[in-house]
Write a new protein. Structure first.
Length: 129
């Protein structure tokens, strides 16, 4: 999706309706683009930041999504949608870090086992020769 900035500017509400329809259709990349356009073109508002956060979350871009929700909270610190989603994202990102650490540990163990097998093969080959 490309936002045509040459055409006469549609009203904010028309863009909002389009952004909602993109989200309903699961067209998350386009939703991100349109919501960013709204933020840059009109005054940032909590609803647009929330929609941007949702689209980024659906794309797995958690750090960017958290930034969008944080921006929503900057507009309204009591925004329940943003508050709830910041907590979820923090948990997801923490869990991702835990999983990454476990995968790194497993990868290290597998590499060490492979090296040990190579050494054993060298030793066995040297003893046979």
């Amino acid at each position: 999706m490309t936002i045509d900035t040459q055409e006469p500017l549609k009203p904010h509400s028309a863009h909002v309706d389009e952004a909602v329809q993109l989200a309903i259709a699961g067209r998350w990349e386009e939703a991100v683009e349109l919501n960013r356009f709204l933020i840059e073109t009109f005054d940032p508002d909590e609803a647009t930041q929330n929609r941007l956060g949702k689209a980024l979350t659906e794309l797995g871009r958690y750090a960017e999504a958290k930034q969008a929700y944080d921006a929503s909270l900057a507009v309204n610190p009591h925004n329940p949608v943003a508050r709830k989603n910041v907590q979820k994202l923090e948990a997801l990102m923490s869990n991702d870090e835990d999983i990454a650490e476990k995968l790194d540990a497993q990868r290290f163990a597998a590499e060490e086992a492979s090296r040990a097998a190579e050494v054993a093969d060298v030793i066995a080959g040297g003893a046979a020769g």
